[in-house]
Ligand binder design. Structure first.
Ligand code: HEM
Ligand SMILES: [Cu+2]
Length: 835
């Protein structure tokens, strides 16, 4: 198994896995590096958002301040909320997960490294575009929730809102890519023997968070696309006069926005559940209860969005339901809190700096939870809606629930990043300044709110009783800022002056501490197998065995990047996942997509179109460079006794990746259909034409055509699974042609139906549904054509049947899309009112 001494082995691994320097650093796809980039960029945006918070507090410190005018203030607080929520909180949590998860699972990388890199670059570029708007004094100014009609063209005529819609969509796509990646890695790339039951709690939290992103972000992406279409192309969705409804935006927004709060909180709670037992020096109490609580939180949080809309005028029954549901969510959170307290109680805790932050978290977060229950009471909610009370609650939950655990985590994993230990002294100062400053700022703000001071007002008159509490809040916020600066200085200094860290300095139980400190790009030269929930506690020798190359997959002479692919439930080895190496593609794709984004912003549609074509070419190139391509067909050696490389199986990670991506895609489509039925039943001036503009028979024919192609592909795939690739290339080519023919027919149908999307919301929604279906059908056709071509080169055949099987899912998905479009747009209207 071992080829030479570990040092030599390390050298060989470095050759295959190493990170280039200089310009070529932009080609790195390795998860450790990408995770760190996420964290650093997130920190940058946090500082930016924090400075904006300082500006806000400076403006509110005294009554009748003229520090900022109302316009600037609107931009500043909108950007503060937007930056903190989209560019700091979520990417930070995802970045940490990208960094930690493979290591905790005992893997060498995430399963789609190029996708992680793409996600990062999209995040960076999207964030920069958004941030730039403030310096151009064109920043979004309609609040981080962008309510229509305030954000619609008549009330926000500049490009301010467009910056938000395009920039945030760009960033959201990055969040979804990282989420897909995390879900699949957690389910399919764990160490052999790591059953679901033995998975570190953090992985459960991240799995839940990632699934929530997959299902929760698409409604907002859809909302942004619709609003941008309304603003840029004049299509009608949120305009009452044309049959739209601004409340639709609120639904789409909060369908995303409420889960978002838990998307931010759950991973932070996962950090707590990871660190706390280590410091308490015992396993967490009630592992199973915590898992159940986390999963339940994930589910319930999707049923809560309406509690943000209690004052909008919704039916009483709905109010009662969502009020009760909102209180219910306190239960699983309570379970976790009790489990943490019990762990501390029953353990023999040791106190280090991270523990201080965990303590701060517990105090502040519980307080925030209590005001949350207050807000879930409808009458109380009516009272304090849109006052500073809500701002105070929100920061107790977000800063307490996310920022404090994050700082604890930074201190805890610092030795991992740097190989050095943080110093206790400055850290304590930083903590107490932040803790004190925070409470001074926001505890008082509850009071300001109860006194009736509204949220988002840029100034106020003296003598209303608001002067003193506001001054106190502002002073508190500056103390907090000084505290945060202290922490940053501490962290910076430690890179220079920290003492060298011992291996596993906190005596943790999880596998990330089995890497070198700081870790190599491949994490481990040999991959562990696991037989307990606390591998490093139960097998103290494991670390050395791994480092000596005595565990799995220690061969590298073949020059491939590899990690184990394991069964989602049992953790048994299924295949060797063959990972791609460094490449310019993700960076280039993100760059071209930012050109699309900027092109749309400045309404240079020609530029945007060229960039879209360029992006399509790059993406095709990307999908060409898969394992079988680099290796020259299927003649790839593997060691005797090893499982197959993943692209020789029927069920590799790509299949899961496609599945999860389609879940996200389906969430977007479901939100679109929801919009259709919502507008139909609720919009005050919805107009259903007497005669549907759609050609009913044409639609049916189109769906049948697609069904024929799909069924054909299904037969080809079934044959492949049985080991027959007879006529594979020709059949794939024919299916691709049939698919493209169907796409052309759909395009013609859309064109011939003479829709008037600028005149009525009815036609606008139909146009979007058809456009959506068209996009997917073309995609499937082109991708199948590409597969035919690959079959021609022998990259795809019965020995490597994997890619067409992955692609098959897209066809099944399209089948569902086109038929449900037929049902929703043709059958329903013809049976229930409106021709
Ligand atoms: C660093 C300390 C922070 C301070 C002093 C601060 C201060 C403020 C203030 C004064 C407002 C109210 C603006 C207004 O109503 O006019 C606000 C809004 C907000 N903050 Fe913070 N904030 C801080 C950190 C954070 C963090 C860490 C997050 C999220 C992770 C966050 C998320 C938000 C959001 C979502 C809003 C609502 C914006 C809106 O209503 O549109 N803040 N913040
Ligand atoms: Cu909520």
């Amino acid at each position: 198994m071992i080829e030479g001494r570990p040092d030599e082995l390390h050298q060989q691994f470095d050759e295959v896995w190493g990170n280039p320097r200089g310009w070529r650093a932009a080609t790195i796809v390795n998860h450790t590096r990408i995770g760190l980039l996420f964290l650093l960029t997130g920190l940058g945006f946090f500082i930016f958002g924090g400075l904006l918070a300082m500006l806000i507090r400076a403006q509110l410190a005294l009554p009748d301040q003229a520090f900022m005018d109302a316009d600037t203030y609107n931009q500043v607080f909108t950007m503060h909320g937007t930056v903190m929520m989209f560019l700091f909180a979520v990417p930070m949590m995802e970045g940490l997960a990208v960094y930690l998860i493979p290591k905790m699972l005992g893997a060498r990388d995430l399963v789609f490294p190029r996708l992680s890199a793409l996600g990062y670059w999209c995040y960076l570029f999207g964030g920069l575009i958004l941030a730039a708007s403030l310096f151009l004094e064109l920043a979004p100014d309609a609040g981080w929730f962008m309510y229509t009609p305030l954000s619609s063209l008549p009330y926000s005529p500049g490009v301010n809102s467009d910056f938000w819609l395009l920039g945030i969509t760009f960033v959201e796509i990055s969040a979804v890519t990282a989420a897909v990646e995390l879900v699949v890695a957690i389910l399919r790339a764990r160490a052999p023997g790591m059953t679901l039951q033995r998975m570190p709690l953090y992985a459960w939290y991240i799995l839940t968070m990632a699934m929530m992103i997959v299902l929760g972000f698409p409604p907002l992406i859809l909302g942004s696309i619709l609003l941008e279409l309304e603003r840029a192309a004049g299509m009608a969705f949120f305009d009452v006069a044309r049959g739209g409804d601004p409340i639709l935006w609120q639904h789409l927004f909060w369908l995303f926005g409420h889960p978002e709060v838990y998307i931010i909180f759950l991973p932070a709670a996962g950090l707590v559940s990871t660190m706390l037992p280590v410091f308490a020096r015992r396993p967490i109490v009630g592992y199973r209860w915590v898992v159940v609580a986390v999963l339940t939180t994930g589910f319930i949080s999707f049923a809560l969005w309406v509690h943000h809309m209690f004052t909008v005028g919704i039916p009483h029954l709905a109010q009662a339901f969502f009020s009760a549901a909102s209180m219910l969510v306190a239960i699983p959170t309570g379970v976790q809190v009790f489990s943490w307290l019990a762990t501390l109680w029953l353990g023999r805790p040791v106190y280090h700096v991270p523990m201080l932050w965990l303590f701060g978290f517990l105090v502040i977060f519980v307080a925030g939870g209590l005001t949350g229950v207050m807000l879930a009471l409808v009458p109380f909610n009516w009272q304090v809606h849109d006052t500073q009370f809500v701002v105070a609650h929100l920061h107790y939950v977000l800063v307490g629930g996310m920022f404090f655990p994050l700082v604890a985590a930074v201190y805890y994993w610092l030795p991992h990043f740097s190989g050095r230990m943080p110093s206790p002294r400055l850290g304590r100062w930083g903590f107490w300044l932040v803790f004190g400053g925070f409470n001074l700022t926001f505890l008082v703000m509850h009071w300001t709110g109860l006194l009736g001071m509204p949220r988002r007002a840029y100034t106020y008159a003296p003598g209303l009783g608001w002067d003193t509490p506001n001054l106190v809040s502002s002073i508190g916020s500056f103390i907090m800022a000084i505290g945060i600066a202290t922490v940053l200085v501490d962290v910076l200094l430690h890179f220079r002056f920290g003492v060298r860290a011992a291996p596993n300095p906190w005596h943790a139980d999880t596998l990330e501490w089995a890497t070198r400190l700081p870790p190599t790009a491949y994490n481990f030269i040999s991959l562990p197998s696991v037989d307990s929930r606390y591998p490093l506690w139960d097998r103290p020798d494991l670390v050395k065995e791994m480092a000596r190359g005595e565990q799995g997959l220690a061969a590298i002479a073949h020059g491939r990047r590899e990690t184990w692919g394991t069964d989602a439930v049992t953790g048994e080895v299924r295949e060797i996942i063959h990972l791609p190496g460094n490449t310019w593609l993700p960076f280039a794709v993100a760059l071209v997509l930012s050109a699309v984004c900027i092109g749309l912003l400045v309404k240079a549609y020609a530029v945007a179109s060229v960039a879209i074509v360029a992006a399509a070419i790059l993406v095709l190139r990307w999908s060409w460079e898969n394992g079988a391509y680099e290796e020259g067909g299927t003649a790839v050696p593997i060691s005797a006794g090893d499982p197959p490389l993943h692209w020789r199986t029927h069920n590799g990670p790509g299949r899961w990746g496609m599945g999860v991506t389609l879940l996200a895609d389906g969430a977007l489509y479901a939100a679109l259909l929801f919009g259709w039925f919502y507008l139909w039943t609720v919009a005050p001036q919805w107009q259903m034409p007497a005669q549907s503009p759609l050609d009913a028979r044409g639609m049916l024919a189109n769906a049948l055509l697609l069904s024929a192609a799909t069924l054909w592909l299904r037969r080809v795939l079934a044959a492949l699974r049985r080991g027959s690739d007879k006529g594979l290339r020709g059949q794939l080519a024919a299916i691709a042609a049939l698919g493209l023919l169907q796409s052309a027919h759909l395009l013609w149908l859309t064109y011939a139906s003479d829709l008037a999307p600028k005149a009525t919301a009815h036609d606008a929604v139909i146009a979007v549904v058809l456009g959506y279906a068209l996009f997917h059908c073309v995609l499937a056709g082109v991708a199948t054509g590409l597969q035919a071509w690959r079959a021609h080169y022998g990259y795809v055949d019965r020995a490597a049947p994997y890619e067409p099987i992955v692609l098959g899912q897209l066809w099944y998905y399209n089948f569902g899309v086109v038929w449900s479009a037929y049902v929703a747009l043709v059958l329903f209207p013809s049976t229930w009112g409106g021709g």
